[in-house]
Design a protein around this ligand. Structure first.
Ligand code: HMG
Length: 394
């Protein structure tokens, strides 16, 4: 038995905005978003949805499939950069809404899109030390940039909950290998100053930072005994937009095989594309993006994944990158983590509706916005607004 991912749960925001509609509204050639960035649609939260409601829905969704498991959870970590408070973690709201026990360690981890990966490290070690208990790590974020900015089509939102426990490698959904490769660099490629509503991003530079981090993390992975990337059956990359994963694959290919790119397109289609398809329809969800790809891969390939080796790259601006790997087990073969249902439950929204929903979400972020009868979130949990400085959820 070893620490492993037993199962996954997914939550997506209520609305999906077609990027062709956004391109038309912004006077941009739709081909730029579709083939330049690789995006199809982006998730848009409804008023009454926030990082907490999505994180709690993802957690409830995975716990529903494992009756009794909630009582065994002794560690609840949320990896996020969409904090709702500077002191109070999102994890304590998830703890309450998902009905976790009082004997539970509960906190958030922040490092841009890398937070959940850092949380998973801690959780695997904790599970090894507490083999009779389970841990819940939730990656949840809302990616928000300025209206009309170059980064606007790379927005999105979502949450993925990972239930961890001890399992036989063959039984788990995914059993990680202990070695990873990390790379840190003090860069200012993307950050969220507390006095601004939207992220500051140096777009082109951030792509260079990401690719440098990938090269550094992969070199560390090899030094630490990781398999050469060509021996890995599937690859996942943090996907702020699918074109970034394409660039990451090309960089990895060049690092291991040199400048000859013949065969790279087929390799991308076989090893990367199956997990990436979902990101094209959801957009960036920061900490959750690479784990959304994991969920997408499990639902896309199911039974054929059992026994296959996965390599993944998690990147958080600022920056910290990590190359990790492991093997899929029998649970992956079930191929059901609730993603298809979450995608099917979404409603299309037009550009005017998206701008309105965004303004209403912002209006809810102020004391006195509480309304008992608030509806509109559509999901399992609703953020009713703020009353006496307390965020209230139903
Ligand atoms: P931009 O300036 O609009 O785009 O910004 P561009 O002009 O560079 O064009 C983008 C691509 O579309 C290019 O392809 C163009 O050639 C192509 P490439 O050369 O890169 O392969 N293109 C077209 N294709 C077809 N038909 C056309 C057409 N026109 C152009 N007519 C950028 C793009 C991604 C920089 C912007 O959207 C942005 O700033 N996004 C946010 C930052 C980001 O996602 N960075 C990624 C790396 S950092 C990261 O992943 C961390 C992050 O997730 C945060 C965290 O860690 O918390 C962001």
């Amino acid at each position: 038995m070893k620490p492993a991912v037993l199962d996954l749960g997914v939550a997506l925001p209520r609305y999906a905005l077609d990027l062709c509609d956004l391109a038309s509204a912004r006077g941009v050639d739709p081909a730029k978003y579709a083939s330049g960035l690789g995006g199809v649609a982006m998730g848009v939260p409804a008023p009454g949805e926030d990082t907490v409601t999505m994180a709690a829905s993802a957690a409830a969704s995975v716990l529903d499939r494992h009756p009794g498991a909630a009582a065994d959870v002794g560690l609840c970590i949320v990896g996020t950069e969409s904090a709702t408070d500077r002191a109070r973690p999102i994890a304590i709201e998830v703890h309450a809404l998902a009905g976790l026990p009082a004997e539970c360690s509960v906190f958030d981890v922040k490092h841009a899109c890398y937070g959940a990966t850092a949380g998973l490290h801690m959780a695997f070690l904790w599970v090894a030390a507490n083999p009779s208990r389970k841990a819940l790590v939730v990656a949840a974020d809302i990616a928000r940039y300025g209206i009309g900015s170059a980064a606007e089509p790379t927005q999105g939102a979502g949450a993925v909950a990972l239930l961890l426990g001890m399992a036989d490698e063959d039984e788990a959904l995914f059993a990680p290998w202990p070695m990873t490769g990390t790379h840190a660099a003090p860069v200012h490629d993307f950050w969220q100053p507390p006095y601004l509503r939207e992220a500051v991003v140096r777009g082109r530079y951030s792509i260079e930072c990401y690719l440098d981090s990938l090269a550094g993390a992969y070199a560390a992975w090899l030094r630490n005994g990781g398999l050469v990337e060509g021996s890995l059956d599937r690859l996942l990359f943090h996907s702020p937009f699918p074109g970034m994963a394409r660039k990451a694959h090309a960089r990895l290919w060049e690092l291991s095989r040199g400048a000859d790119a013949s065969g790279a397109a087929d390799d991308f289609a076989r090893r990367v594309a199956p997990g990436l398809a979902v990101n094209a329809g959801v957009g960036n969800c920061y900490a959750a993006a690479v784990y959304l790809s994991l969920a997408g891969l499990v639902e896309a390939e199911g039974a054929s994944l059992q026994g296959l080796c996965l390599g993944g790259f998690s990147y958080g601006s600022g920056s910290c990158g990590e190359f990790f790997g492991g093997r899929f087990g029998r649970r992956a073969a079930a191929g059901r983590v609730g993603l298809a249902e979450a995608l099917a439950a979404r409603e299309p929204i037009d550009v005017a509706g998206y701008e309105r929903a965004r303004a209403e979400c912002e209006a809810l972020e102020h004391d006195g916005s509480f309304r008992e009868d608030r509806t509109g979130a559509g999901g399992r949990f609703t953020f009713l607004g703020i009353r006496d400085h307390v965020r209230v959820y139903r």
